[in-house]
Write a protein that binds this ligand. Structure first.
Ligand SMILES: *Cc1c(COP(=O)(O)O)cnc(C)c1O
Length: 428
């Protein structure tokens, strides 16, 4: 399949072809635990690599600035129908190219430069685009940041009291709920109540949770929020892209103008077609079963790691995310990430709340189960993965010979598992 599908590239550009082939093999031969990644279906990949790449379609279905839009209109309408069904919402804009741009479009629609908004800090598991200093959201707006509890029974959990007191003090125009490392259920209703108290819009960025929501295993924020943004390629397992949802017609109109012509030119209609395909897949009852497995796999991974002496931030998980604190093992995130990659486990270092180390080092790792579950890993596979992670990280505190031994044993086991579960059956 791979040779056939990429034949044109092999003949015309062997240099790029070689990178595609190597990337396919890397994905096949590593266990992917990066929480934001997944394995899109071949149909999604095919739609994304289709003739719709050639089409300009500025504007929206039925009111474009170019001719020849009959069929791309149909593709966008199909995607819109499906996404509205999937998330039970009235209005959707599917043209943002990425999650970051979807968020920018909301800012452009609802804020003026220097306006105040409230978002979760990066250091507590929020996203860069929720007001971090190096991002446009932190540069062009007055971004106030909330975090998680430092200690007590609800250590590591969102500090709703802080959210409320910051909201009362700063009167933000928007409150953003949503995160990138937070593994627990976020209380959308509570955020709605706080937003109402201060007259703020509630924006939910469900980028990490949208697949769990589509699979009915995580609360849907649409009914509680004024506007919802999301990527489409994380747990939702679709094309690399994004979306904005709302039930409010007035906000919908503002969002449409903000996305185009406010922020973007022509939408990526090949990606639109791919989104339509992947939304179709997410509507299938099999997707709900997949998401249930993603979460139970994460719970199993988390339990093994606790058994092996690690601390899990928040003590466990309600999602695909397992947030590991390496402090009890006296290890740092950068070193752990590297040694795991060496044996064939891909993950990312991630600061833990109140991390004493800088972001390039960190005391934590973030794991996610969405990608490996897509290729077929089950609960006992994830228990084995947890044991392997523990063996490797524990071996860092032993002598070199022992380290080498553990590393070789683990590499062999990982290759065995990867061979058992091809990422694309047709590719090999
Ligand atoms: C991943 C993510 C984004 C950004 O998505 P990109 O497509 O990488 O721009 C935005 N918000 C949250 C919460 C995310 O997790």
């Amino acid at each position: 399949m791979f040779e056939l599908y990429n034949k044109g590239i092999k003949d015309t550009d062997p240099e790029v072809y070689a990178t595609l082939k190597s990337e396919l093999l890397r994905q096949q031969n590593q266990i992917e635990l990066i929480a934001s990644e997944n394995i899109a279906s071949l149909s999604t990949l095919n739609a994304q690599g289709s003739v719709m790449t050639n089409k300009y379609a500025e504007g929206y279905p039925g009111r474009r600035y170019y001719g020849g839009c009959e069929f791309v209109d149909q593709a966008e309408e199909i995607a819109l129908d499906r996404v509205k069904k999937l998330f039970n919402c009235k209005y959707a804009n599917l043209q943002p190219h990425s999650g970051a741009q979807a968020n920018q479009a909301v800012f452009l629609a609802l804020l003026q430069p220097n306006d105040t908004f409230l978002g979760m800090s990066l250091a507590s598991g929020g996203h860069l685009t929720h007001g971090a200093k190096p991002n446009i959201s932190g540069k062009w707006f007055n971004a106030i940041q909330y975090g998680v509890k430092k200690e007590g029974n609800d250590k590591d959990l969102i500090d709703y009291d802080e959210v409320e007191s910051l909201a009362i003090k700063h009167k933000p125009k928007i409150i953003i709920a949503g995160a990138s490392a937070y593994p627990r259920i976020i209380d959308w209703k509570k955020f709605r109540e706080i937003s109402d108290k201060v007259g703020a819009y509630l924006m939910v960025d469900m980028a990490h949770y949208s697949g769990l929501i589509a699979g009915k295993q995580y609360p849907n924020p649409v009914e509680y929020s004024d506007v919802v943004t999301s990527t489409t390629h994380k747990t939702l397992r679709g094309a690399r892209s994004a979306m904005i949802l709302t039930n409010n017609e007035e906000i919908y109109k503002k969002i449409n103008s903000a996305v185009f012509p406010g922020l973007q030119g022509g939408p990526l209609m090949h990606v639109m077609a791919a989104k339509a395909v992947s939304f179709g897949e997410a509507l299938d009852p099999a997707f709900e079963e997949y998401i249930k497995k993603v979460i139970s796999n994460a719970k199993h991974l988390s339990e093994i790691l606790v058994k092996r002496g690690f601390r899990i931030v928040t003590g466990g998980t309600d999602s695909h995310i397992v947030w590991l604190d390496l402090t009890p093992k006296k290890l740092t995130g950068d070193k752990a990430e590297k040694i795991l990659e060496d044996v064939g486990i891909a993950c990312n270092k991630n600061a833990i709340p109140y991390d004493p180390h800088p972001p390039k080092i960190t005391s934590g790792l973030r794991f996610g189960t969405a990608a490996a579950t897509s290729r077929g890993f089950n609960e006992s596979d994830f228990e084995l993965v947890g044991e392997m992670i523990s063996d490797i990280l524990d071996s860092l505190n032993s002598d070199e010979e022992e380290m080498k031994k553990v590393s070789q044993i683990t590499k062999n086991k990982i290759q065995e598992m990867c061979n058992k579960y091809p990422i694309y059956n047709e590719a090999f």
